[in-house]
Structure formats: C-alpha cells, structure tokens
Design a protein. Structure first.
Length: 116
C-alpha cells in the first residue's frame, strides 16, 4: 500500500486549502483513513478520521467546524478541506490508512504554511 499526499502550500490566514491523498495497492474502500499533522517542534497529532464508507467522521477540537474530511472510494482518494486557516495550522500534514491491528501506512506528508 502506498499513499501520495499533495496540495499543500502557502496561504494567508483566513484562507482555504484542500489537500488530497491518493492510495494505491490494497482495497481502499475497506480501510479507515485519517489525517494527522505535525507542527515544528511538536508531536504528530490526529486531526480527522473517516470510516471505510465515509458515513462516520470525527475531528480534533482544534479543527472541528473548520476542516472537513472526505473520501472518494471510486478514485482511491482521501481529502481534507481546510477553511478559516490560522497560523497555528502550519504543519506537515500526513494521511494514514488503517488496515488492521498494528498495520498502518503513512503518506510522505504535504506542507501547509499559514501566514498571518
């Protein structure tokens, strides 16, 4: 299983950005997926999760109501729509696929920088 994240960049505070993660190999539509982020000098944190069918999502309090996780099982793609971005959202964003107990795969990360 391989994950390729893209869509990061530089955006002003208050702006929006959409990042995506294409998954190859395995059976994408069977897996739960998640977005994590890691800010400079901080630990990686989970910010959004979605179940295999896209019918259940959950968010960290810091991004709830601003970010929306979604998936397109026909295109093996996971997305994260980020609105009302803040400088504290600056981080490297990683997608993760959960296949089983102790079996997770990570994308390479895409960098998001929010300027004040």
């Amino acid at each position: 299983v391989q994950l390729q994240a893209s869509g990061g960049g530089l955006v002003q505070a208050g702006g929006s950005l959409r990042i995506s993660c294409v998954v190859s190999g395995g059976d994408f539509r069977s897996y739960g997926m998640a977005w994590f982020r890691q800010a400079p000098g901080k630990e990686r944190e989970s910010i959004a999760m979605i179940n295999w069918s896209g019918t259940s999502t959950s968010y960290a309090g810091s991004v709830k109501s601003r970010f929306t996780i979604s998936r397109n099982n026909a295109k093996n793609t996971l997305s994260l729509q980020m609105n009302s971005l803040k400088p504290e959202d600056t981080a490297v964003y990683y997608c993760k696929v959960h296949i089983g107990v102790g079996l997770d795969y990570w994308g390479q990360g895409t960098e998001v920088t929010v300027s004040s």
